[in-house]
Design a protein around this ligand. Structure first.
Ligand code: CA
Length: 238
């Protein structure tokens, strides 16, 4: 992905942060429109054309929450929120009003650029047409029928296990962080979310007859998360 055509609306009233983030995004090939208050943000957004919004929560004129809510009223544009305190309550509220991701200050602009890229990738993937089925050797995922078979035998998966498997297998070889999996599979759940994903993976592996020490399908990526691999020679009939 070149990213060169992507337009980012950056809303941040602290000038030093705004300039640093803008510089990093531009260096990475993004086109950036920066504004310093919530009113200017809504005005800029109304003109259209933005692929993503980076939105500070504490803003003059119109607060970030209100900006987020008003954008969400008529747009699915990905929104990354910047929160000052990092209080859990604030983050949860931000996500509840429709932000897709958040960063707690102080953050590294490099990390922000990585999140922007990830979010744009995800937005693009969500637009891709859904397949009806995917075959990975002995593992068949019937996406239309919400059924999974291993060696022809139907598996009894919970809704979360099914979602986890479909999410991971959509892009074999791609590493998913636990946080991404939490978002995609569970929706946000701040109570021990990583352990929740780990236990879903554990259960799913047991059902797939996947040895955690030598997995065929679901691989642990140390310190990051998980990755699905199609077994060697398996043709994806997708
Ligand atoms: Ca602020």
């Amino acid at each position: 992905m070149s990213g060169s055509a992507h337009k980012v609306l950056l809303v941040e009233d602290e000038r030093t942060i705004r300039e640093a983030v803008e510089a990093y995004l531009e260096r990475d090939g993004f086109w950036v429109k920066s504004v310093g208050d919530g009113y200017a943000a809504l005005e800029a957004f109304a003109k259209g054309g933005f692929d993503l919004v980076v939105l500070d929560l504490m803003l003059p004129k119109v607060p970030g929450e209100e900006v987020c809510r008003r954008i969400r009223d008529h747009s699915d544009v990905p929104i990354i929120m910047l929160t000052a305190k990092g209080s859990e309550e604030e983050r949860v509220r931000g996500l509840e009003i429709g932000a897709d991701d958040y960063l707690v200050k102080p953050f590294s602009p490099r990390e922000l650029v990585a999140r922007v890229r990830a979010l744009l990738r995800r937005a693009k993937a969500d637009e891709a047409p859904q397949r009806d089925r995917a075959d990975f050797g002995p593992l068949e995922i019937d996406l239309a029928g919400h059924r999974v078979r291993l060696g022809g035998v139907e598996l009894d998966l919970t809704a979360s296990e099914y979602k986890l498997l479909v999410t991971l297998s959509r892009y074999p070889g791609r590493v998913y962080s636990r946080m991404e999996l939490v978002e995609k599979v569970l929706g946000y759940d701040f109570e021990g979310y990583e352990r929740a994903i780990d236990s879903h993976v554990k259960n799913l592996r047991a059902k797939l007859d996947d040895d955690p020490k030598e997995p065929t399908f679901i691989h642990t990526v140390f310190g990051v998360g998980y990755r699905f691999d199609a077994p060697p020679h398996a043709e994806d009939a997708g």
